[in-house]
Design a protein around this ligand. Structure first.
Ligand code: P6P
Length: 341
């Protein structure tokens, strides 16, 4: 199954040490008109990632594993670290002038940082602060997912700015707290990857322009729900198993999508009896991952002919089915869905 990791080999030019901070400033220098607001927001996400990583790595030592005894807006048990990660992001982004609104999986309502309509309050940031947090207790992969939109100044109600299709995102990314801490980012010019060097507390660029292999015989889905999947998904799984596909699933979207990004394959969260619209949230899970996957040359659909990035949101916490990954693998799933009616 394992295609070689999709990391471009180091060319002589790429032996330079480029930190995430330097990368952000390099990108900003391409835009002489830039005010630096956008760079400051990315910088806030980078420091948040370092802080959350430190908490994740000490979770059992600091006794912050487990649930807090409350539920989030999704009706899911909040883990102690969910709350800690959420607070970190709200407080770092809150200090950035360019952020008008933040929205989190953990908060029912968006947080309007400042009501004034001043021009510099340009961006909305949405995030899942600790995706897959139930993996913490077993030292499994967890992650942070973020999406950045421009504030829609035509909207009278500030929070309506958030309800933009994913194609309007100006940046998206995730942080994977796995065997190492990895920051993956796109600002619409391809996908770049950084790894945290804990010795220096710096994210070091290790790959630019990641491209998802067009195919890989591996699917990623919670097969425990198979019997309640729509027929097309079940037909796809039967076909894939006849073809000798491998199955890989870590139960945290960031971990599963990271594998897809580097090695190819297809990740799915279909509709189920428990989650008829799928479980994953459009605004801060499906959209940012869809932008990353498409920027890396893959595809991301919520159904036949329904590109995730074209979905018009109606609620910041709405859910959608997700099928994303290698172009050829996604096409096969869509073929089965279309032929099953
Ligand atoms: P299940 C984590 O709770 C999450 O939101 C995603 O990160 C992950 O892909 C999915 O749910 C896992 O859900 O039903 O397979 O446990």
């Amino acid at each position: 199954m394992t295609a070689a990791a999709n990391l471009p080999s180091l060319s002589p030019q790429s032996t330079d040490i480029v930190t995430l901070q330097a990368h952000i400033l390099q990108q900003q220098s391409r835009h002489p008109e830039a005010t630096g607001q956008f760079s400051w927001i990315l910088s806030a996400l980078a420091i948040s990632a370092k802080m959350i990583s430190a908490h994740v790595r000490r979770a059992r030592l600091d006794d912050v594993l487990g649930a807090v005894g409350s539920q989030n807006v999704q009706g899911e048990q909040q883990q102690k670290l969910d709350v800690i990660a959420n607070e970190i992001l709200l407080r770092t982004l809150g200090g950035r002038e360019g952020v008008a609104i933040v929205a989190s999986e953990e908060n029912e309502e968006p947080v309007i940082l400042r009501e004034d309509d001043s021009a510099e309050r340009k961006y909305c940031v949405m995030f899942d602060p600790l995706d897959g947090s139930s993996n913490l207790d077993i030292c499994g992969s967890v992650g942070t997912i973020f999406s950045i939109l421009r504030k829609d100044r035509r909207k009278t109600e500030p929070k309506d700015s958030l309800l933009q299709p994913g194609a309007q995102q100006v940046a998206a990314g995730y942080v994977l707290y796995g065997s190492s801490t990895v920051f993956v980012l796109t600002i619409g010019l391809g996908v770049d990857m950084f790894v945290l060097d804990p010795a220096y507390g710096a994210f070091i660029r290790v790959a630019q322009g990641l491209k998802i292999p067009a195919t890989n015989k591996c699917y990623s889905v919670n097969e425990g729900n198979r019997l309640s999947f729509p027929a097309g998904y079940q037909q796809y799984l039967a076909w894939a198993q006849e073809q000798g596909y491998s199955s890989r699933y870590v139960g945290a979207m960031v971990g599963d999508v990271h594998r897809i990004l580097l090695q190819g394959g297809v990740f799915m969260y279909p509709p189920t009896s428990k989650a008829p619209k799928g479980k994953l949230r459009l605004m801060y899970e499906a959209n940012p991952m869809a932008m990353l996957v498409e920027q890396a040359g893959g595809k991301a659909y919520s159904g036949p002919g329904q590109r995730i990035l074209d979905v018009q949101p109606t609620d910041i916490h709405q859910r959608v089915p997700v099928v994303l990954g290698s172009t050829e693998e996604v096409a096969r799933v869509m073929e089965k869905l279309e032929s099953s009616g």
